[in-house]
Design a protein around this ligand. Structure first.
Ligand SMILES: Nc1ncnc2c1ncn2[C@@H]1O[C@H](COP(=O)(O)OP(=O)(O)OP(=O)(O)O)[C@@H](O)[C@H]1O
Ligand SMILES: [Mg+2]
Length: 231
């Protein structure tokens, strides 16, 4: 289980996270919702080590992640699909997937078949350049690359952003499959309420750097929760 406790994060003098606490359990999909600019990506940067925290603690299955470099967090099993996908445009699909080898043991340096059963399009485009894929295909590639790192927790930042509905369905199915088949923890940041309601086992809502609501997915339909989500 991932445990985030009382975490603060600053960009210079500006505070983006204020005493954020949350848990993401193994075998569960934990969803963090919130409007633009409330600190969702900052939270994931804190978890993955992309940005240092200025207070609190982050712990994964008994190992403290505080101060650990992103590369070592990946070795601990933290897989990250960043907002905007961040695939390598000049590398082929196959090469993009192979960049996921870095944190895994030599014996595991192969591309798991399940990536191609979840996202068949990737198998047909192995020699295509990443930059020539559609946005939806790039998102599938980014998730595939994270799967190559054999994560124990998969952290996804707005995987549905700018993606067409049919591919959103595929991504939802893949996330559910990963939870059910491997028992990994999934920490999903989203603005797309319906996607979260369908997938999440547990939800948090952030507003201005703080957690302002938490509960089972059904609680998203209460007025108290809605207040933090409507513009
Ligand atoms: N590198 C940075 N330097 C300075 N301020 C930043 C930086 N990144 C984010 N911020 C600020 O921190 C706050 C939280 O940003 P963050 O990216 O975490 O929000 P978000 O919830 O992910 O938003 P979105 O839904 O638009 O992706 C915002 O006010 C943002 O302007
Ligand atoms: Mg963001």
């Amino acid at each position: 289980m991932l445990t985030v406790e009382n975490v603060n994060l600053h960009y210079g003098a500006a505070q983006a996270l204020r005493g954020v606490s949350l848990k993401a359990e193994m075998g569960k999909i934990t969803c963090v919702l919130g409007r633009n600019g409330v600190g969702k990506s900052s939270l994931l940067r804190a978890v993955t080590g992309q940005h240092a925290i200025s207070g609190g603690s982050i712990d994964f299955n008994g190992t403290t992640l505080n101060g650990m470099a992103p590369f070592n967090r990946a070795r601990q099993g933290v897989g990250y699909v960043a907002q905007g996908r961040e695939i390598f445009p000049l590398l082929t699909v196959k090469e993009n997937l192979e960049t996921g080898y870095a944190p895994v043991a030599r014996k595991d340096r192969f591309i798991p078949d399940e990536i191609f059963s979840l996202f068949p399009v990737l198998g047909t485009m192995l020699s295509r350049r990443g930059g020539d894929l559609s946005g939806g295909q790039q998102q599938q590639l980014a998730i595939g690359r994270a799967m190559v790192t054999r994560p124990k927790i998969l952290v996804l930042d707005e995987p549905t952003e700018g993606i067409q509905p049919s591919i959103i369905k595929d991504i939802g199915r893949a996330i559910r499959y990963l939870r059910d088949s491997t028992g990994m923890a999934i920490l999903l940041v989203e603005q797309y309420l319906d996607f979260c309601r369908e997938l999440a086992d547990y939800v948090y809502i952030m507003d201005r750097g703080e957690i302002v609501h938490q509960g089972m997915a059904e609680t998203l339909d209460t007025p108290a929760a809605r207040r933090h989500l409507t513009v």
